[in-house]
Design a protein around this ligand. Structure first.
Ligand SMILES: NC(=O)c1ccc[n+]([C@@H]2O[C@H](COP(=O)([O-])OP(=O)(O)OC[C@H]3O[C@@H](n4cnc5c(N)ncnc54)[C@H](O)[C@@H]3O)[C@@H](O)[C@H]2O)c1
Length: 358
């Protein structure tokens, strides 16, 4: 298909991410040739599309559907066990394939199931949200939540293919699409500033999945993630830059008991990281201010409760990026120049927080 973009992820083996429209119709071509059975994991919202997918993939193959609870409710060990049961009862073998068909919650769970069944079977990710396409389905991180916290159990299990059919986004609410777009903005600041120019040229139209500029932004964000995870699958170095805005963002999500969308929380987190960079003497006033302008133009929040600093700081201290009790932040030296700021003074952190506290 001529209107398809292919982005490759390096690795052993690597894999391709295809972006385009109408790609679901040829999904069969992306499945491993020897796969006799296909488990399609999907949320209730996509039941009709999953049924259509089954009809299309059937033929020589047996296609099983596993409808799982929506969103985070699907990322539980009981849900993984349900999938293992479906696979066990169908004699699912090591040459068969799992398809994750949904948002990031589904691709995380499906990936975890693929990583664990018979110690690993092939996985094809078909993300259906903006966040899924630009982030969750790319990079091989899979996982589930436990009572002790989000994403504490999981495995690195790269897919054999990722298929991003933009037509699937037509049914996504504007809110979901915008929240997912926060990760695209992040890619603009840390890697591909062209994204920022495209948003500024049309902030109200950019989040329309039918638009060409939307597609370009999504492709650039995927390109960034593909390059970073191609170099550093296991988060030993470069991958840490993807945490830009996430240290404070995760603390806000925690404080809000996950009622805030991830994108909204990291939106505030990015403004905080930019202010930290500016106050540390690394980033210009203009680029720091550009964070606010771009994020606000999309309707994303850029402030959080003024009195919440101590609570957020305590949560940040537990963040996975801190080494021992030392806080680490991804900051910017300039557009597309992310770096690590280790153990900033409490006074600097507090001053940066005052810039987002309202
Ligand atoms: N593995 C990773 O590297 C990684 C990275 C970022 C996020 N994540 C995970 O991703 C999850 C968040 O992903 P998300 O934002 O996609 O949320 P989600 O998967 O919960 O989906 C959000 C909502 O959109 C609905 N939906 C999905 N596709 C739709 C469509 N095409 N049309 C209409 N509605 C649709 C879902 O049913 C759900 O209600 C979190 O669990 C997070 O931990 C993982």
């Amino acid at each position: 298909m001529s209107d398809t973009t292919t982005i490759s992820v390096a690795g052993d083996p690597g894999y391709d991410i295809t972006v385009g429209r109408g790609l679901l119709e040829t999904l069969g071509e992306k499945l491993p040739a020897g796969a006799q059975k296909v488990l399609v994991v999907h949320p209730p919202t996509l039941a009709a599309q999953a049924e259509a997918l089954r009809a299309q993939l059937m033929g020589d193959r047996q296609v099983l559907l596993a409808e799982i609870p929506d969103a985070e409710q699907g990322k539980r060990v009981e849900v993984a066990a349900f999938c293992w049961q479906v696979m066990g009862q169908a004699d699912f073998t090591r040459t068969d394939v799992v398809v994750g068909f949904g948002g990031g919650a589904v691709t995380d769970l499906a990936g975890f199931v693929a990583a664990t069944w018979l110690r690993g079977v092939a996985l094809v990710q078909v993300p259906t949200t903006v966040l899924g396409m630009v982030d969750a389905a790319v990079g091989g991180k899979t996982g589930i939540n436990t009572a002790e916290g989000k994403n504490l159990v999981g495995a690195f299990w790269p897919p054999v293919a990722v298929v991003c059919d933009l037509d699937l986004l037509d049914t996504l609410s504007k809110n979901e699409a915008t929240a997912g777009f926060a990760e695209v903005v992040k890619a603009g600041f840390i890697w591909h500033p062209e994204i920022l120019d495209l948003i500024e040229a049309d902030p109200t139209g950019i989040v329309d999945p039918k638009g060409e500029a939307f597609r370009r932004c999504v492709e650039l964000a995927i390109d960034m993630k593909a390059r970073v995870v191609g170099e550093d699958l296991r988060e030993a170095g470069l991958r840490e830059v993807l945490n830009y805005g996430h240290t404070l963002g995760h603390a806000i999500e925690h404080a809000e008991r996950y009622r805030w969308r991830h994108g909204a929380a990291i939106s505030v987190g990015m403004v905080f990281a930019a202010e930290l960079s500016r106050l540390a003497g690394r980033l210009s006033d203009d680029v720091a201010q550009r964070h606010r302008t771009v994020l606000e133009s999309l309707g994303l929040p850029t402030t959080y409760r003024a009195g919440a600093f101590q609570t957020l700081k305590a949560t940040m201290q537990r963040d996975k990026k801190s080494r021992g009790s030392m806080l680490r932040f991804i900051v910017l030296d300039d557009l597309a120049r992310p770096t690590v700021l280790q153990a900033p003074d409490e006074s600097l952190l507090f001053a940066a927080y005052q810039e987002v506290g309202a």
